[in-house]
Design a protein around this ligand. Structure first.
Ligand SMILES: Nc1ncnc2c1ncn2[C@@H]1O[C@H](COP(=O)(O)OP(=O)(O)O)[C@@H](O)[C@H]1O
Ligand SMILES: [Mg+2]
Length: 395
């Protein structure tokens, strides 16, 4: 039978031309880089995006081997999915660096099959994922850094706590030095009177001896008096020494004794400034902890009260110390009529280095709070009661 070749009408021709144009326009409009190669890697067609990215025109590229154009190589690289596509006849995907395009690309290679099902060409669609990968790498690096930070966080916290503790220790040392200064001052006050007395006795002894008016009995009595005074001086030294003995183990101690020690240490210096002290004692109250450190806290508070009184114009300066018990705990309150603690100052008085005094160092109350609350698990607080500053020590 004779086959009749169908004729293509002019209308059909125009239609086909239009379809071709439309297809080419679509091909060029796609922003992904597209290249079609034959089975031998020869470029048949490239879209505008691909040519522009290569800095060439489609004409410059057609007819050349794709590995030449893309990788500047003489043969297809190992990772090229082309061979896999020929065998499987299915789309293949790979991700690699395309040197000539200066970036990392996700390349999908899809086969074009003829009517017999043989691969005649491959469509390469290259998607630029350089930025995407860069972000991923950045993210991974940041994640690693975060993990590293997390891992080292515990160590760093431990180091920071350790350093803080060291600086706290240093503060305690500074506080002790400053308290020691106060105590030396106090020793001077303690000794002034007995030394004066010894001086007077020695002077009168000399006079009586020169006037030939000194019996052996009188001489013995005066020597005895001097020895007595010297003993008092020696006792004071011992008291002061034990005050600074570092205590390693907590013990049960009499709160009254600690109060008496602190008050007695500072009493001569208070008297010399005209400051009166009233103590309401309570003999049987005990606390558990470090009695020397505790007495040092009381001393700090009393010295602060003294300073506040000296700064005020109070004509009858008075410090009141009360020992009592509250909720099964020992309580010592120390108040003074120096005008109280100003409202804006009150929240800060336990901060390290906070001071309103010209010669203050702001360590005393911070250190005292640490001793009472950290070392002895008690509470040290401050408030104003009827315009008087009141410090409460609960242990
Ligand atoms: N009894 C008080 N009356 C008024 N203010 C006080 C009293 N005790 C403490 N303060 C305030 O608390 C501050 C901090 O005291 P402290 O830590 O002992 O340091 P410093 O005595 O060196 O100033 C003082 O400067 C003062 O402003
Ligand atoms: Mg102080």
């Amino acid at each position: 039978m004779q086959t009749v070749k169908p004729e293509v009408s002019l209308d059909d021709h125009a239609f086909i031309l239009r379809a071709k144009r439309e297809w080419e326009q679509t091909f060029d409009a796609v922003s992904d880089l597209i290249m079609i190669t034959d089975t031998d890697h020869t470029i048949i067609r490239v879209n505008r995006a691909m040519a522009e990215r290569c800095g060439l025109t489609p004409k410059d590229m057609v007819g050349h081997k794709c590995f030449e154009m893309m990788h500047g190589a003489g043969v297809a690289p190992d990772y090229c999915p082309h061979a896999g596509m020929l065998v499987s006849k299915k789309p293949q995907q790979a991700e690699f660096n395309i040197e000539k395009l200066h970036g990392i690309f996700e390349v999908t290679m899809s086969p074009i099959l003829n009517e017999e099902g043989r691969v005649t060409a491959g469509v390469h669609v290259c998607r630029d994922i350089t930025e995407h990968r860069r972000h991923e790498e950045l993210l991974t690096a940041q994640q690693k850094l975060l993990e590293e930070i997390n891992r080292s966080l515990e160590d760093r916290i431990a180091t920071a706590v350790d350093e803080l503790r060291k600086s706290d220790d240093l503060l305690i040392q500074q506080g002790r030095l400053s308290a020691m200064g106060d105590l030396i001052n106090s020793i001077a006050h303690h000794w002034r009177q007995p030394l004066n007395n010894i001086g007077l006795i020695v002077q009168s002894l000399g006079l009586a001896f020169k006037a030939n008016d000194l019996s052996v009995a009188e001489m013995d009595a005066e020597i005895f008096a001097i020895m007595d005074i010297l003993q008092q001086i020696s006792d004071t030294i011992n008291d002061f020494r034990t005050f600074f003995v570092h205590e390693k183990e907590p013990v049960s101690f009499s709160v009254n004794d600690a109060v008496s020690r602190a008050v007695n240490f500072i009493l001569p210096s208070l008297k010399s400034k005209g400051v009166k002290v009233i103590c309401h004692e309570h003999a049987d109250i005990c606390a558990f902890g470090f009695p020397n450190e505790y007495a040092q806290v009381l001393l700090n508070i009393i010295i602060n009260a003294k300073e506040a009184l000296l700064q005020s114009n109070e004509t009858t300066p008075l410090i009141t110390v009360r020992v009592s018990e509250e909720n099964g705990r020992s309580l010592v309150t120390i108040s003074d009529n120096g005008g109280g603690i100003a409202a804006d100052v009150l929240p800060k008085i336990f901060d390290p280095y906070f001071t309103t005094r010209v010669n203050g160092n702001g360590i005393g109350l911070y250190m005292s709070k640490m001793i009472i609350e950290k070392n002895m698990h008690g509470r040290l607080t401050a408030c104003n009661v009827d315009g008087c500053a009141e410090l409460r020590v609960e242990v």
